[in-house]
Design a binder for this molecule. Structure first.
Ligand code: GRF
Length: 205
């Protein structure tokens, strides 16, 4: 685990990247309201200027940045613009929370060990999109969520924490997603706190 530079209170400044609703961002922000939480959110970055989660950040007085891909000629240039925002905010660690863009390899490698993601499946099962519908289609009896470190392979990074939920007979993708999401909101803050306090990730099986 990298050595994080903390602020004067001994907390690690973090940036949260979102693209939409922002309920995981809100959960992280609520956890960080506690002065004993070992991280502090210094930036909410969204690649979508109309993301609902930005309203949560503004209400909380958290700095926002909304760079958009269309304003940059290449993905690398866009990645560089996002990174400049993170660096300017003084963030030491990035939490992806419903961020729907794939970051370039160079960006990911520069932040390896300092970038977390939350993925709504029990990795290594169901990498990628539509995890709930795919679990239902397979007749899975159990589903869940994973917080992991981000590596260049999509949803392949080492695991920090997982939470499991049962799949019920009458579940739809929406009811299953809601059950998983409720777990996400405690798992992400807990996994982040554990990681900055020194918890070791484990490889995906
Ligand atoms: C969550 O299900 C998360 O696991 C996935 O994207 C969704 C984001 O939801 N990566 P929200 O924007 O945090 O409400």
């Amino acid at each position: 685990m990298p050595d994080f530079v903390t602020d004067a209170d001994g907390r690690v400044p973090i940036a949260v990247f979102i693209s939409g609703r922002g309920s995981n961002f809100a959960a992280l922000a609520e956890a960080a309201d506690d002065a004993a939480f070992p991280a502090r959110i210094v930036l909410c970055l969204s690649d979508k200027p109309d993301a609902k989660g930005l309203d949560i950040a503004r209400q909380r007085g958290i700095a926002v940045a909304t760079p958009t891909r269309a304003d940059y000629e290449s993905r690398d240039a866009f990645d560089a613009a996002m990174e400049a925002e993170v660096v300017a905010a003084g963030a030491q660690l990035i939490c992806l929370a419903g961020f729907m863009r794939i970051l370039g390899r160079a960006f990911v490698e520069r932040w390896e060990g300092r970038m977390l993601n939350i993925h709504p499946s029990l990795l290594p099962a169901y990498r990628g999109l539509d995890t709930h519908a795919r679990a239902l289609a397979d007749g899975a009896r159990e589903h869940g969520v994973t917080v992991h470190l981000v590596t260049p392979g999509l949803d392949e990074g080492p695991i920090l924490a997982q939470a499991r939920v049962p799949v019920l007979a009458d579940d739809t993708a929406e009811t299953l997603a809601a059950r998983v999401l409720a777990e996400e909101h405690t798992l992400y803050p807990d996994a982040l706190a554990a990681y900055v306090r020194g918890a070791e990730p484990r490889p995906q099986g």
